[in-house]
Design a protein around this ligand. Structure first.
Ligand code: ADP
Length: 764
């Protein structure tokens, strides 16, 4: 995979994967690089250490760099930027290009090396560990803390990087290690370097011995003090200066007197603490957090409704409901600036634009944006932090997001609220409710920060795939806006007006692809299978890349070209014809949107039992029992056919979990089709649950199901009559193309599909 990153050239300093370094940046350009990387590149920057900083051409720059994660950044009162960087991984630089006049960007790709023989790797690893132990044993000033780390991890690449960053090697040696992508070669030169170090060490000791001089007490004290200063300098610590900085930061924050006093006391504590105290780094990191929160920093909101709407229309197709809601919000805010923010929850399948429209909302309102994912979260402390007394404790995700935004009124997207988990560790949903509730969040207290922070200016937007799984306590307080799947024609429109222009823009292309609508539709139907357009955007991007890098003069793309350019992207679609009995189309509503799927029924001699396959939910198992009892009671077939027979029901597309009542009608029809040996046309689909008496019950997700049927080319759909009122919300092109049959009792379907079975063998 290729990705872009900004480049930071480091002189005299090397960062290796897994290594954490602290530095202070004075230079405006470097500060700019860090700020842009934080905002646009997910806190990642490419560190390149050229052997010669005076390098005039980018061609001379190393082709290997290390991606570093910006773990923390603090604007110091003296104008410098204090940074903590952690090396993430070594990458290959494909290309350097200029991002702006003074900033260099790069395209990088992961390094994949063939694994060498396991036995060889083992020998090298053991040798490296042994020689390192020998080095540490013979050198009392070197901590042995690394031994545990290397014992616990057996990856050679990891070992070489960790050991390199640990050893007192020269910068030039470290640069060579940084640029060597082959971990085996790195390990061998490390072994050589450590051996040399041990030799020097022994030689040094010998000389020392022969010229031993006794130091006077004063000389010793002077020597130790100088050494301590040096250590402090290396670690970037200088308590006196820091205390001045902390106090200055505190004065500039204008906090309420109680909080100010509390922080003041903490700074005092730092002043009295001996530099060797283990608590000192805990206290420093607390002060760095609390003094760098955007207590009163606010971005000026854009409340020009016309302007906001135009910006949303420019970035996103459709999605009228959320766009209108934001327009309303702006209009109301103009009348009453103190109105509390709504808690909007966007519910819809993946790829329909929930995340990106939220980002656009932030942009259009001129607010900062941050995303917090709560999918799979079972521990509320992740949201509200852990107490400072715990080692390695940190503020929760909310405070972290605010610090990242550096304003107190950002738009915070809380992703996947339907996937939070309630267990013995607590109920994150109720914690989240406290965070969102404008009556309580004025005084939000994070366990780590301990002081109240006002969250009432934040605009929270939540997302979920399914309404049903949002914890009830939370659901009650949300303003739910549903975003539905797109039809093929909406996707076509979107590809032409939004997705392709965005790609052209990203690639700075002046020429455009020439593609007929039918080619695009073919691409949508055969290369993507999704409710949203995420894959479509990806496939289009691949196509554009391949077309512009091919030797072809023309940018015209035909249906046959697609198979040439997109060999790996074709998706398997169930558009095979139904020729036998026992197969019908069902419509289901899953987490990933509506889907049309095949329901298959088999019956054969054997033990009298029912088998169900295809990741069916327990509710569907009951639907099968009901279908069988109904068929038996109605006497549609002789009851004897069930004796000594096994019935097997399978719902294809087994990867998606199918829950909820809505497949009973399809199951009954598939069973009857099998028992009566009457095939059912593949152009018909069924949705609805059935009661023992054949009554057809109301379903959820009608719109999503009809969109799925429409996209699958289905011409007729049987739906429960009780859902009739919802037809008003179904897009017109769908109603024009699909014949909707409203049914209240299964008998109607039986009459339509099977009653004339004797006269014809393919009905409906
Ligand atoms: P979600 O959060 O719902 O999973 P995303 O917001 O991540 O979806 O969108 C996935 C991709 O589809 C993005 O590239 C986005 O730009 C594009 N996309 C989705 N819906 C629209 C739309 N209505 N208009 C323009 N692009 C869209």
């Amino acid at each position: 995979m290729e990705y872009p990153l900004l480049v930071m050239l480091l002189k005299d300093l090397v960062i290796l994967p897994f290594q954490e370094i602290k530095l202070e940046l004075k230079d405006e350009n470097s500060k700019k690089i860090i700020k842009i990387s934080s905002k646009k590149y997910n806190d990642r920057v490419l560190i390149v250490s050229p052997l010669n900083m005076g390098t005039s051409s980018v061609d001379d720059l190393p082709k290997v760099g290390v991606i570093a994660v910006i773990k923390s950044k603090i604007d110091l009162p003296n104008g410098n930027l204090r940074l903590t960087l952690r090396g993430e991984k070594r990458v290959r630089v494909l290309e350097y290009e200029s991002f702006s006049q003074d900033i260099l960007a790069s395209y990088v790709t992961d390094i994949v090396l063939p694994k060498f023989e396991v036995t060889g790797e083992e020998v090298i690893k053991n040798k490296l560990k042994d020689i390192l132990k020998e080095f540490i044993d013979s050198n009392p000033s070197v901590s042995n803390s690394i031994l545990k780390t290397i014992e616990e991890n057996n990856d050679l690449s990891f070992l070489t990087d960790v050991v390199t960053s640990f050893l007192p090697l020269k910068t030039i040696q470290k640069q060579a290690y940084m640029q060597e992508i082959n971990s085996e070669k790195r390990a061998l030169s490390l072994i050589r370097d450590i051996k040399m170090e041990i030799k020097y060490q022994k030689l040094d000791e010998k000389i020392e011995h022969s010229v031993e001089i006794k130091l006077s007490n004063e000389q010793e004290e002077f020597y130790l003090k100088e050494k301590l200063k040096e250590i402090e300098k290396t670690l970037g610590y200088n308590t006196k200066n820091d205390i001045l900085e902390y106090n200055e930061l505190l004065n500039n924050l204008h906090l309420d007197s109680k909080t100010e006093q509390k922080i003041h006391n903490e700074i005092k504590k730092l002043e009295c603490m001996p530099e060797s105290s283990p608590e000192i780094s805990v206290l420093r990191s607390y002060l760095d957090w609390i003094l760098n929160l955007p207590w009163h920093l606010e971005s000026k909101e854009n409340l020009n409704a016309k302007n906001v709407l135009a910006s949303l229309n420019k970035s996103h197709y459709g999605l009228e409901s959320i766009k209108n809601r934001i327009e309303d919000y702006v209009n109301i805010k103009n009348i009453n600036p103190d109105i509390s923010s709504p808690i909007i929850c966007l519910v819809g399948p993946p790829g329909v634009g929930k995340t990106t429209i939220t980002e656009s909302i932030a942009l259009s309102l001129n607010r900062e944006f941050a995303k917090i994912s709560v999918g799979g979260l079972n521990d509320a402390t992740e949201l509200v932090g852990s107490r400072r007394t715990y080692l390695g404790s940190l503020p929760g995700k909310i405070i972290q997001a605010l610090r990242k935004c550096n304003t107190n009124n950002p738009v915070i997207l809380i992703d996947e609220v339907d996937k939070m988990v309630k267990d013995y560790k607590g109920d994150p949903a109720s914690t989240l409710l406290d965070i969102l509730d404008s009556n309580q969040n004025k005084n939000f207290i994070d366990n780590y920060i301990e002081e109240p922070f006002d969250l009432s200016h934040v605009l929270f937007i939540l997302t979920a795939n399914s309404k049903d799984n949002i914890p009830y306590t939370l659901y009650d307080r949300l303003e739910v806006i549903e975003l539905s799947s797109y039809t093929v024609f909406e996707k076509l429109d979107m590809a032409k007006k939004y997705l392709l222009p965005k790609i052209y823009d990203d690639f700075k292309m002046s020429k455009k692809l020439v593609m007929k609508d039918e080619t695009l539709i073919y691409l949508i139907n055969n290369y993507t299978k999704e409710a949203g357009v995420r894959n479509l955007a990806r496939v289009l991007r691949t196509l554009v890349t391949k077309v512009i890098t091919s030797k072809n003069e023309s940018l015209t793309v035909t249906t046959t070209d697609l198979s040439k350019y997109l060999k790996d992207d074709v998706v398997e679609l169930e558009n095979t014809k139904i020729t036998t009995s026992g197969i019908v189309n069902a419509l289901a509503y899953t987490d990933i949107g509506g889907t049309s799927l095949r329901c298959e029924a088999s019956i054969y001699n054997g033990e009298e039992k029912i088998i169900v396959t295809g990741s069916l939910g327990s509710v569907l198992k009951e639907s099968i029992q009901v279908a069988i009892s109904y068929i038996k009671e109605q006497g549609y077939v002789s009851n004897t056919v069930f004796y000594n027979h096994t019935i097997h029901i399978h719902l294809l597309d087994g990867a998606t979990k199918k829950e909820g009542p809505s497949c009973g009608v399809a199951i009954t029809t598939a069973l009857l089709s099998k028992l009566l040996d009457v095939p059912v046309s593949e152009e018909v689909a069924f949705t609805g649950e059935i009661s023992l008496k054949g009554n057809i019950l109301r379903i959820g997700g009608l719109k999503e199901k009809l969109i799925a049927a429409y996209n699958a080319g289905i011409k007729k759909v049987y739906i429960p009559a009780t859902n009739e009122s919802e037809l008003a919300n179904i897009p017109l092109p769908i109603l024009e193309k699909i014949e909707i049959k409203l049914v209240s009792n299964y008998e109607t379907i039986y009459n339509d599909v099977f009653a004339s079975k004797n006269s014809e063998n393919n009905i409906a």
